[in-house]
Design a protein around this ligand. Structure first.
Ligand code: HEM
Length: 118
């Protein structure tokens, strides 16, 4: 179901449920020439990255086709992080996506969805 996958990915880009994650530096670090001492709190602004036009063209447009296989090279590493990344990323992400698909299919089988007047 490639289009369902792209749809869910785009929903999680535009309306991610975890909008930021935080880390604390465990050692002194230089980031692009800026000194950051051990103990500094770092915010990774997931939602802001997802809506940054430097990373996603027309970021407020809902375009699932961004996530089609042929377009994946346009997505820069570490700019799309609905489940974070690295050793502490979401261990439930595959289960979460499965639940999302199951719920969506159940809803679509039972109800008809129509756009509202506005
Ligand atoms: C749409 C649903 C979900 C989203 C958007 C989500 C997102 C995230 C994110 C962004 C993190 C990383 C936090 C960080 O880096 O500090 C995380 C961690 C985690 N998630 Fe999820 N999550 C979802 C569903 C689930 C489910 C269904 C489970 C379990 C069944 C789960 C279990 C966990 C656990 C245990 C961690 C901590 C991992 C660690 O610290 O090593 N999540 N989640």
């Amino acid at each position: 179901m490639p289009f369902l996958d792209t749809f869910i990915k785009e929903v999680m880009r535009v309306n991610c449920s975890v909008t930021r994650v935080d880390r604390m530096l465990t050692k002194d670090t230089y980031l692009e020439g800026i000194y950051l001492p051990k103990g500094t709190s770092i915010v990774i602004p997931i939602w802001a990255l997802h809506l940054d036009p430097d990373h996603f063209a027309d970021p407020h447009e809902f375009k699932p086709e961004r996530f089609l296989r042929e377009n994946l090279d346009d997505i820069k590493p570490y700019t799309y992080l609905p489940f974070s990344t690295g050793p502490r990323n979401c261990i439930g992400m595959r289960f979460a996506v499965l639940e999302l698909k199951y719920t969506l299919v159940k809803l679509l089988c039972r109800y008809e969805f129509v756009p509202c007047k506005d």
